[in-house]
Design a protein around this ligand. Structure first.
Ligand code: SF4
Length: 385
């Protein structure tokens, strides 16, 4: 099977396994020399040149999750997502030990598919990181390992050739490559032309369009729904056919609400809280556990969203209490936003991760960029009926 067929096949498997996948997120590395304006990390976090989670802490975390995953019914895939910085900035010894631990962890799991995703800012040449690439290859099968190459379209004018060359070098080693596109306020539709050109020269597994709004970056990330929709429309219009299936995967498309639905927006919040706890979790070096929302990319609901931990690896999670915490948080946001009370999309918005962006929206009118996804979900359901 060539690489394109392999990617298509795996994409289909991933779509079919939605809901049967458990994802664990860890920000082991926050260091990065990149400068994406849409980055989820603060400037201070990016300048920390040491791992944020030690190997001993990583061992304790893995030990905690083995029985949890093995006791989950119907889970087909475990994904370990290591973000958000540049892992190739760490030394070879650390990476070697880290991936040795990941391999041991995977070996203890009963899930048939176990995948590791690791982020890179794609700015370091193969020559400079070849020993670190080998540290990964020596510990994991190449098809168990996805590189999440992060780019900011605003940097493409300067770094286009560098990104492309580094992508080509990377896929020689790892066939699974996700392109992560960070969106921010400075982005305008015309800036996306270079992104479309770049995509036409790549065979990626997935494109994650990420709007990583949080309390550390509101001033540079928060944009208006009008600008956001114009950018996304431009991206879709140019990518139609060839890459639309790849892009579609990156957006959490909320389910349309049936006409005879008599449940309330609060029922939707509860359902979303329950599902998110069943499907994914963020764990910190100190063992604290936090929920993760999904909208344009994954949303870490930690101190950047004013969330308190919902558990700790020293004891089993109290799911009922965690669900209530998320519910109370969302209910307060909903009550404080009059525009949401009469909005035609409020069940989709509060029944999905898009509502978390409302933590940072202040005006009386709706300024949630999720509007693009709600309209797109509507179009898709009309096309299908
Ligand atoms: S789309 Fe806007 S107005 Fe509607 S529920 Fe979401 S944030 Fe509120």
């Amino acid at each position: 099977m060539n690489n394109l067929d392999f990617l298509k096949n795996l994409r289909q498997q991933t779509q079919e396994s939605n809901g049967k996948r458990y994802r664990i997120f860890m920000e082991v590395v926050t260091s990065c020399f990149g400068n994406c304006s849409g980055c989820a990390l603060s400037f201070t976090a990016r300048k920390n040149l040491n791992p944020d989670i030690s190997l001993e802490q990583i061992q304790d975390i893995f030990k905690y999750f083995v029985p949890i995953i093995n006791n989950k019914p119907n889970i087909t895939t475990t994904s370990l997502v290591l973000g958000t910085g540049e892992y190739f900035l760490m030394n070879e010894e650390f990476l070697n030990n880290l991936f040795k631990e990941v391999n041991l962890f995977f070996k203890q799991l009963k899930t048939p598919i176990n995948v590791l995703a690791v982020s890179s800012a794609m700015l370091m040449s193969e020559e400079k990181i070849i020993d670190k690439i080998m540290a990964l290859k020596n510990n994991l099968d190449e098809k168990q390992f996805a590189i999440e190459g992060v780019i900011d379209p605003l940097l493409l004018e300067v770094h286009y050739d560098r990104y492309l060359q580094n992508y080509r070098d990377m896929v020689k080693h790892f066939p699974l490559f996700d392109l992560v596109v960070n969106l921010s306020d400075g982005l305008k539709p015309k800036d996306l032309d270079l992104l479309n050109k770049l995509l036409s020269e790549m065979d990626v597994f997935n494109v994650d369009v990420q709007y990583q709004l949080n309390g550390d970056n509101t001033y540079r990330v928060k944009t208006s729904p009008e600008n956001f929709i114009a950018c996304m429309d431009h991206m879709y219009a140019n990518l139609k056919d060839k890459d639309s299936e790849v892009i579609d995967m990156s957006i959490a498309l909320p389910m349309p609400v049936p006409e005879d639905d008599d449940s309330t927006v609060f029922d939707y919040i509860k359902k979303n809280a329950r599902e998110s706890l069943e499907e994914r979790i963020l764990v910190k070096g100190n063992g604290n556990l936090y929920p993760v929302g999904t909208a344009y990319g994954d949303i870490f609901l930690d101190e950047r969203y004013g969330f308190k931990p919902i558990g700790h690896i020293s004891k089993p999670i109290d799911f009922e209490q965690a669900e209530n915490e998320i519910f109370k948080y969302m209910k307060t946001i909903f009550v404080k936003k009059p525009a949401c009370h009469t909005c035609e999309y409020n069940k989709q918005c509060y029944g999905s991760g898009y509502s978390f962006y409302n933590k940072f929206t202040t005006g009386k009118e709706c300024d949630n960029v999720g509007l693009f996804a709600f309209k797109r979900a509507e179009e898709l359901s009309q096309e299908q009926s």
